[in-house]
Write a protein that binds this ligand. Structure first.
Ligand code: NFA
Length: 101
C-alpha cells in the first residue's frame, strides 16, 4: 500500500466567493411598439428573435419579465443602454435591475 503521499491537512483559508447577481427586468408599457422591444432585446441582450419575442410577450401579458442575470455592473449598464434606446425614439420603454442571489 502507498503510504508516502499525504493529503493536505488543512482546508484552504478562504473559499472563492462568487459575486452577487442582478436580474434585468423588462417593464411593460402601453406605447412602445412590440417590434421595437424585440429589436432592443436582440441588440443589447444578444437574443435570437424567438427568445426576444417570448420575453416581450411575457412582459406584455404579465407586466414584467426577467430578461437575464448578470453581475451588478453589467446588469446596470445593459439596463441603461436598453432604456436609452427607447428614450432616443421617444418611447417610455424601461428596464430595471434587482438583486437576485
Ligand atoms: N405593450 C406594448 C404594446 O402593446 C409592447 C411592450 C411589451 C412594451 C413589453 C414594453 C414591454 N405595444
Amino acid at each position: 500500500m502507498d503510504t508516502t503521499r499525504s493529503r493536505p491537512k488543512t482546508k484552504p483559508a478562504s473559499k472563492t466567493e462568487r459575486p452577487p447577481l442582478y436580474k434585468v427586468i423588462l417593464l411593460n408599457d402601453d406605447f412602445t411598439p412590440r417590434d421595437f422591444v424585440v429589436s432592443v432585446l436582440q441588440a443589447i441582450f444578444r437574443m435570437t428573435e424567438g427568445e426576444a419575442l417570448g420575453v416581450m410577450l411575457t412582459a406584455h401579458r404579465k407586466g414584467a419579465c426577467v430578461v437575464a442575470v448578470y453581475t451588478r455592473e453589467i446588469a446596470e449598464t445593459k439596463a441603461m443602454q436598453a432604456t436609452e434606446k427607447g428614450r432616443r425614439q421617444g418611447y417610455p420603454l424601461a428596464f430595471t435591475t434587482e438583486r437576485d442571489a
